[in-house]
Design a protein around this ligand. Structure first.
Ligand code: GSH
Length: 232
């Protein structure tokens, strides 16, 4: 029987079945990347709700798995060499799950390189820029008089959308077949709605992206993964 007691996080969020992947997450654009990938891959897992409140994400228990205090994180009891492995950073988790199963990570070396390329584009560009857009446009915007941060992130979000929209011309998925690159990117496109920022970034002008997001949201595993773990 698998024993995950070496992972201190299991004392605050005990596994019901220590033999399956343990997911520590909340249904945000970064969190759902992990749950959607697990659903798409049909892997057995158990989801633990780690809210964004300090009591959860900054608890000693959570920090023992991710010292960077951000969801998502996982423990795979059946990691490399059959030994348990803990992982944080959604991009690293997606690559790990793709390599573990040999799926959703490109059919050949060229496709795989392109999948990783677009995954990195999301991790280094789309995610951080949209995150700042959300902060300055929706959350903290009203308290900040200086218009420059808002203008900067609106401009950068528009630029990134234009890049992706051009790339998606004539394509169904970002890099060959449906992949972890789509799982990384599409939830962030969806976040524009939550931020109330669709209009300000000209979402409707990007017809390829509107169709792409609909295509992504039509997948049953995506719909399931988007609601895991339940918010309440
Ligand atoms: N680069 C990280 C970012 C994760 C991230 O920003 N998570 C947010 C929720 S979307 C979080 O946990 N925030 C809590 C906090 O910063 O205290 C990843 O992709 O995993």
């Amino acid at each position: 029987m698998t024993d995950l007691s070496d992972f201190a996080i299991t004392r605050k969020w005990p596994p019901k079945d220590a033999g399956v992947i343990q997911l520590y997450s909340f249904p945000t654009p970064n969190g759902v990347k992990a749950s959607i990938a697990l659903e798409e891959l049909g892997l057995s897992y158990e989801a633990h709700k780690v809210t964004l409140s300090d009591a959860d994400v900054k608890s000693d228990a959570f920090l023992s798995l991710n010292p960077n205090n951000k969801i998502p994180a996982i423990i795979d009891p059946d990691g490399p060499g059959g030994k348990p492995i803990g992982l944080f950073e959604s991009g690293a988790i997606l690559i790990y799950l793709g390599e573990k199963t040999g799926r959703l990570i490109g059919a050949d070396a060229t496709d795989k390189a392109h999948v990783i390329q677009w995954l990195m584009w999301q991790m280094g560009g789309l995610g951080p820029m949209f995150g700042q857009l959300g902060y300055f446009y929706k959350f903290a915007g009203s308290e900040i008089d200086d218009p420059r941060p808002r203008a900067r992130y609106i401009g950068e979000a528009r630029r990134l959308l234009g890049v992706l929209d051009g790339h998606m011309q004539g394509r169904n998925w970002v890099a060959g077949d449906f992949s972890i690159a789509d799982i990384a990117i599409a939830p962030w496109l969806r976040s524009l709605d939550f931020y109330g920022a669709r209009e300000v970034v000209g979402w409707a002008d990007h017809a390829n992206l509107v169709a792409y997001l609909d295509r992504f949201l039509d997948r049953p595993a995506v719909q399931t993964g988007l609601a895991i773990p339940p918010r309440d």
